[in-house]
Design a protein around this ligand. Structure first.
Ligand SMILES: Cc1cc2nc3c(=O)[nH]c(=O)nc-3n(C[C@H](O)[C@H](O)[C@H](O)COP(=O)(O)OP(=O)(O)OC[C@H]3O[C@@H](n4cnc5c(N)ncnc54)[C@H](O)[C@@H]3O)c2cc1C
Length: 75
């Protein structure tokens, strides 16, 4: 569970958080620990519920995922 409650008003997030502790689901490259060739790129990877709206950070997560995948596959 996140340090803060994972459900805000319309901003469900943090259920597969990025990090290094025992509750983390993905690493900094969005790869799911223990499962090869699976990444997560949505609001669930936020480590904590942001104080602002979540849509814009989700766009950034998607853009970052694109960069990571392109780099990993040389495209
Ligand atoms: C009513 C409401 C109002 C909101 N208002 C705002 C706001 O004003 N400002 C703001 O910043 N944020 C707002 N949010 C929050 C914002 O919409 C979310 O944080 C954001 O959309 C989450 O993005 P996501 O990519 O994690 O998930 P989603 O946007 O939910 O995307 C998940 C996608 O996966 C698809 N999908 C699901 N299952 C499958 C499957 N099995 N196979 C293929 N595709 C699948 C879904 O169809 C969907 O397109 C609002 C949310 C709600 C519900």
């Amino acid at each position: 569970m996140c340090a803060t409650w994972p459900l805000t008003y319309w901003h469900q997030a943090c259920t597969a958080k990025m990090g290094r502790d025992e509750m983390s689901v993905v690493n900094a490259d969005l790869q799911v620990y223990g499962i090869d060739r699976l990444r997560i790129a949505d609001a669930s990877i936020m480590p904590d519920v942001p104080s602002g709206n979540t849509m814009a950070p989700c766009v950034v997560i998607g853009e970052r995922a694109t960069e990571i995948i392109r780099k990993a596959h040389g495209i």
